[in-house]
Ligand binder design. Sequence first.
Ligand code: ASP
Length: 307
Amino acid sequence: MGYAILSTWKMSFQGVCEASCLLKDHASAGDAAVRCIQCTEDNPAFVSVGYGGLPDENGRVFLDGGFMDGDTLKFGAVGALEGFRSPVAIARSLKDSNFNNFLVGKGAEAYAEAAGFEKRDNLTPESRARYLKDKGKTQNLFSYDGHDTICALALDENGSMCAGVSTSGLYLKKAGRLGDSPVIGSGFYADSAIGAAAATGVGEEIMKGVLSFRAVMYLRSGMTPMQAAETAVRELKEDLANRLGRTSSISLIVLGNDGTFGVGTTIEFPFAYASDTEPPTLYLANAGSDGRTVITRVEDPATVTQD
Ligand code: ASP
């Protein structure tokens, strides 16, 4: 059986390169997905994940992360976590107990410290300077500035799948705010017998559609990854427009258990993919006028400005 790795945003490209090398060397889907995400968590150039993540309304960086093992359906998640290097690694470690899989705030930090996870002050001088400039501005939930989640979906050569996510959430968010990212079913979902999905965009809207679980259920009903991703995003977009009179920034990646991928999006959305038959490749997805997604291969990454 082949392998595949699919991840959100241009910032994931290096991670996809490293994850695909691991998968080629027979690593597990979980190890590959976590490696993919940690590349971004450790890079301060990316301001919506890990080190360099943008702070909340009080100037503090709180991170969210999630992980799901598609073989067992076990999951772990952390929310509003301050002062640690890798929320996705902590989330992954939480999946193995029968209870207490989703920890937030002080409880999550106490667990991470006791379990020996690496600590780190994630506020960089650049993020602090940006905060001091923007402090007190009204947060516009419909802008896409300063938030993006790294999501990674992996399939290994044994047919095991997983989903992992990591983010600092919305820039200037309220203290204690959680988005969709650490919430199983909304931010991520994986079932090795079917496929996996993960979302990025305005979490308050993504949760209304329980978007990742919805896409995996569409896969189960026989849709291709592309159809599942397009349908889930189109339906949520239509519901938001009809009921609330608004559109929002939402993107969804879907990986089938055969390694094929699909993407649904309401905005221009870069993502990266690699498999046993395709080298790491950066793609650009755009919303088509008919609810379809138009995907183009990016020949020159420098032409993509959105991280
Ligand atoms: N979904 C994330 C959140 O709402 C942000 C993002 O992916 O852009 O926290």
